[in-house]
Design a protein around this ligand. Structure first.
Ligand SMILES: Nc1ncnc2c1ncn2[C@@H]1O[C@H](COP(=O)(O)OP(=O)(O)O)[C@@H](O)[C@H]1O
Ligand SMILES: [Mg+2]
Length: 457
């Protein structure tokens, strides 16, 4: 009897201890939850507190009038309204981010979420400057990006690790396609009098609304994409920049003859669909390049430098595949060999090659030539494989797939240039009127330069 009651007593004691423990855990979770809820609305609470203090300080009806006047003042002034709107929105994004990281399994719980140091709004959505906590990694974030996107009800979440700090990442929460239904974006230098090709050339805008500019010196660019994707338009922007630099010599190869016709008066030489013309042009550029190397040797220099007085040469080839598939095999072969030579050796001599083609596959463009192009621009393609042929193997599966560009989005493409990964951007567009205005201005600048040199000579 005694034994039985003591066992019951022990069991009761144990059950009470378990209940106490459960209760303690629940109270703790409740307190953390409460603290967390208060912490997430700290800005809103602080604002209410400021108003409450103001009302108390002024007191009575006057106090309420002061509160109303203060709120009305903030709302009425566009700058303060925008500022407050931005602050409140940033807090909202932070809260959503924190919830998402907990639900997606990145953070173990409240106060363990990767911190958001700043939130900025961009055309595609929001960019978060994120710092992960001890024990977390940016790779974890990247691995859970699909879950995060689903929690945030976003189209996509892109995580870009800071190269200098493993704990820091720039997280792009893509909520909309900034290139959807957007009107063509005019080239910012459309009214500029003069440019220098030694400076980066603005090519387009990225998803964050930033200008994308690339320095073409010592670079070669390959543009690929289906017909109508915007390849010739992209080439036009590069040519415009080169012609606005009176020092630069432009060489044009245009398989269709009409695409680049407006720039013809500014070019050193133009080759149309004739294979022989194209070969003659490339041979001439090769001779210029060889001569340039002799000059560099004489000067004891290894490459052209800004201020040398040695002009840059831009060789533009639209419809590259056309020249590589002409019926005469000897022409095909020599064309590929000459172009490969220019792309391979031209960089240090100041020769820049920009080529566009619908089909950069190895059956059309020899890999030995294609692989030499440092910069790639993949505009809309039909398949992920075609996109990879332009950008390089593996990019389509890593999210840079030009076949996912909608057909209506002309001029949109993935640019693989100086950065680690391709940047989705919309190329600037020059209308026919813009092109003729720029060509006219460029001709005038070149004539002025020629006259000035003639007078001083
Ligand atoms: N960056 C752009 N922005 C807006 N529209 C563009 C852009 N690039 C091209 N387009 C439109 O697409 C059409 C086809 O462009 P084009 O450069 O001729 O294509 P491709 O050379 O690839 O066949 C142009 O006539 C123009 O209307
Ligand atoms: Mg074209």
């Amino acid at each position: 009897m005694w034994r039985r009651s003591s066992v019951v007593h022990v069991v009761d004691e144990l059950a009470r201890a378990q209940r106490r423990e459960r209760w303690r855990v629940e109270v703790e979770a409740l307190l953390v939850g409460l603290a967390w809820a208060v912490w997430s609305v700290r800005l809103e609470l602080a604002l209410v507190l400021v108003l409450a203090v103001m009302q108390r300080l002024v007191g009575g009806v006057l106090g309420w009038i002061a509160v109303v006047a203060c709120v009305a003042g903030v709302v009425a002034i566009p700058r303060t309204r925008r500022f407050l709107g931005h602050l409140l929105r940033a807090m909202h994004v932070r809260r959503a981010w924190a919830r998402a990281t907990i639900d997606a399994g990145v953070a173990a719980g409240p106060f363990r979420c990767p911190g958001v140091w700043s939130v900025s709004r961009v055309p595609a959505g929001d960019v978060l400057d994120v710092h992960v906590r001890r024990g977390q990694s940016v790779a974890d974030l990247d691995a859970r990006s699909e879950h995060l996107a689903a929690c945030l009800r976003a189209r996509e979440v892109r995580v870009l690790r800071d190269r200098r700090n493993a704990a820091r990442a720039s997280v792009l929460v893509i909520r909309r396609d900034p290139f959807e239904d957007a009107a063509p974006v005019t080239w910012p230098s459309v009214t500029t009098e003069r440019l220098s090709l030694w400076e980066p050339v603005p090519l387009g805008v990225d998803e964050q609304g930033e200008h994308v500019a690339v320095s073409l010196v010592e670079r070669n660019v390959l543009i690929g994409g289906e017909p109508g994707a915007g390849k010739s338009a992209a080439l036009s922007v590069v040519i415009a920049a080169a012609t606005l630099d009176p020092e630069t010599r432009v060489w044009l190869l245009d398989g269709k003859l009409v695409e680049l016709a407006a720039w013809a008066p500014l070019a050193r030489k133009v080759a149309g669909p004739s294979g022989d013309d194209a070969l003659a042009l490339l041979r001439e550029v090769r001779d210029v390049m060889d001569e340039r190397y002799r000059e560099l040797l004489a000067k004891g220099q290894r490459k052209v430098r800004r201020g040398d007085g040695l002009p840059l040469h831009l060789v533009v080839c639209d419809e590259l595949a056309f020249y590589l598939t002409v019926p005469e095999r000897a022409v095909q072969k020599e064309f590929a060999e000459l172009l490969r030579d220019l792309v391979a050796r031209g960089r240090a001599a100041g020769v820049i090659v920009c080529a566009a083609t619908q089909k950069p596959g190895a059956d059309v463009v020899p890999s030995a030539l294609r692989d030499l192009f440092g910069f790639r621009l993949a505009m809309r393609c039909t398949t992920p494989q075609a996109s990879d042929t332009i950008l390089g193997q593996g990019w389509a599966s890593a999210g840079a797939d030009a076949s996912d560009i909608p057909g209506a989005q002309r001029g949109v493409g993935y640019l693989l240039a100086d950065g680690d990964r391709p940047v989705r951007m919309r190329g600037y567009y020059l209308s026919d009127e813009d092109v003729s205005a720029i060509a006219e201005r460029a001709s005038a600048a070149r004539a002025d330069k020629w006259l000035a040199e003639g007078v001083s000579a």
